[in-house]
Design a protein around this ligand. Structure first.
Ligand SMILES: Nc1nc2c(c(=O)[nH]1)N(C=O)[C@@H](CNc1ccc(C(=O)N[C@@H](CCC(=O)O)C(=O)O)cc1)CN2
Ligand SMILES: Nc1nc2c(ncn2[C@@H]2O[C@H](COP(=O)(O)OP(=O)(O)OP(=O)(O)O)[C@@H](O)[C@H]2O)c(=O)[nH]1
Length: 447
């Protein structure tokens, strides 16, 4: 456990104008700082109970009428003294109150610093800290559920369990190395191997959720393509109109294409709008096509729109192979051209909306994300967990080879230790200075 020396302050609620805003102070002097700003109101207030107070400037003039909540000792979100100030939510008022707290001895918190302190004080493991971030940026109910499962410790517990099993194996193996007169009998050798194999099985299970995790966090990258006039924009609008996402802008990610997110049966689809590309007619159309193909090549899902009122040859599209694609036979309200009779594809009319349910089902089926796949436990790892697990698995694979040959048990033990470190990194059990920086810098200030 690491005790922090500085007291940090930041706005915990959103930056816009609101009825109430929450400012948090955390650190050893949280109560002192609040007392200076509120003429002793924090010290007088009962623990964890909202208390009315006035924040005053240096001359004693009232800056705001607030509610204070004091968390003493380590019984707080960060695991250190915390004072929360619920002030009026105007931009200027919150700024003045925060400035006053800085004058009274706090310093501005960096991104994710409150959560980082919660981690450093043992209130959360790293996967739980990451889950808070996922929770805040979740765009679908499924993503929210996965974040909650992770916050409750799902992934962390599994990583710790795997690690503890392996600690047992390493301890046993190293004891044997230290006392070589006691031979590893074949049974013990087999036991080592079976326990390593079991750990690899557990790792494989977690690794299998990486794709789901990516989709939950980033959405299914979906590209709508087709000949000019086939109805691509109409399809985009139809999907957006019926399923507009709650959050369509994500802070901190730069994109070169316009993207909109829709939630389809709980799964976020990031629709990559190639509208900009279509503008480039004439001479530079080739460039537009090249870029569309590039987008299509990176897609998780292609929605290929064809005008089914025309002969098939007039709506042919050249596309990269091996993509998950759903063909949309659009303009079904105009009647289907004979070429399409009996062919696969979802009959849709963007004008009337007929066929939208079938399209939704077809998309879901093509993604292979049926209800069962998400399971009871929506646990899904992120890319950092995936990298740690892959490293752990590589070490275990090498350890297996070494154990099988029984030639160099020391080397096998070394590999097992490598796997322990990689698993420990997931929850933050091993030295993680640079990992912390990478994780918490992605947080917003005040979290
Ligand atoms: N006002 C307020 N609301 C909030 C937060 C907050 O920090 N402040 N949270 C911040 O993200 C979330 C809630 N998370 C929290 C987690 C732990 C503790 C806490 O006081 N833990 C103590 C006591 C445990 C208990 O009483 O159950 C502890 O762990 O010792 C508080 C909030 C969402 N809502
Ligand atoms: N009858 C009918 N017309 C449609 C349907 N969907 C789109 N259209 C019409 O087809 C024309 C082209 O639609 P868009 O959505 O702009 O097609 P697009 O593929 O985005 O076209 P480009 O921007 O040229 O690439 C418009 O006049 C639409 O109103 C449909 O289901 N039925």
């Amino acid at each position: 456990m690491i005790a922090s020396t500085e007291t940090i302050a930041a706005l915990a609620s959103g930056g816009g104008t609101a009825a109430v805003a929450l400012i948090r102070l955390s650190g050893p002097q949280a109560e002192e700082v609040a007392d200076r700003a509120c003429h002793g109101a924090a010290g007088r207030s009962e623990e964890r109970r909202a208390t009315r107070a006035k924040v005053r400037d240096t001359e004693g003039r009232v800056l705001d009428d607030v509610l204070l909540t004091v968390f003493r000792g380590s019984r707080s979100f960060t695991g250190e003294p915390v004072v929360e100030i619920a002030c009026h939510g105007g931009r200027l008022v919150t700024r003045r109150v925060l400035e006053r707290l800085l004058e009274c001895g706090a310093r501005s918190a960096g991104p994710g610093e409150f959560t980082e302190r919660a981690f450093l004080h043992g209130k959360l493991d790293l996967t739980q800290a990451e889950a808070i971030m996922d929770l805040i940026s979740a765009q679908s109910d499924l993503a929210l559920r996965a974040a909650h499962e992770q916050l409750e410790g799902g992934i962390g517990r599994e990583a710790v369990r795997l690690r503890e099993d392996l600690i047992g194996v390493v301890a046993h193996l190293e004891a044997w190395i230290d006392f070589p007169e006691e031979d590893i009998d074949p049974d013990t050798g087999d036991l080592f191997l079976s326990r390593v194999a079991a750990a690899r099985g557990g790792i494989a299970k977690l690794l299998a959720t990486a794709e789901q995790g990516r989709i939950l966090r980033e959405g299914v990258r979906t590209v709508i393509c087709g000949r000019p006039n086939a109805g691509k924009s109409s399809l985009l609008n139809l999907l957006l109109g019926s399923e507009r996402a709650i959050v369509s802008d994500e802070a901190g990610t730069t994109r070169d294409t316009i993207e909109e997110t829709i939630i389809l049966d709980g799964v976020p689809l990031r629709l990559v709008d190639t509208a900009g590309l279509r503008e480039e007619a004439g001479g530079i159309e080739r460039e537009g096509i090249r870029r569309t193909l590039h987008e299509a090549g990176r897609a998780d899902l292609l929605l290929v729109v064809r005008d089914a009122s025309l002969p098939a040859a007039e709506s042919a599209v050249e596309l990269p192979e091996s993509n998950r694609a759903v063909t949309v036979l659009n303009k079904s309200d105009l009647g289907e051209h004979g070429d399409w009779v009996g062919s696969d594809g979802v009959r849709l009319s963007c004008n009337t909306g007929a066929g939208l349910d079938q399209l939704r089902r077809a998309i879901r089926e093509s993604l292979d994300l049926g209800e069962a796949d998400w399971g009871e436990h929506a646990v899904a790892i992120n890319t950092r967990h995936r990298d740690c697990l892959r490293r752990a698995d590589e070490s275990l694979e090498t350890a297996e080879v070494l154990l099988e040959s029984a030639a160099a048990p020391e080397l096998a033990a070394l590999e097992l230790r490598g796997a322990l470190d990689a698993l420990g990194e997931i929850v933050g059990k091993v030295d993680t200075e640079d990992i912390l920086g990478a994780i918490f810098s992605q947080f917003c200030i005040g979290k």
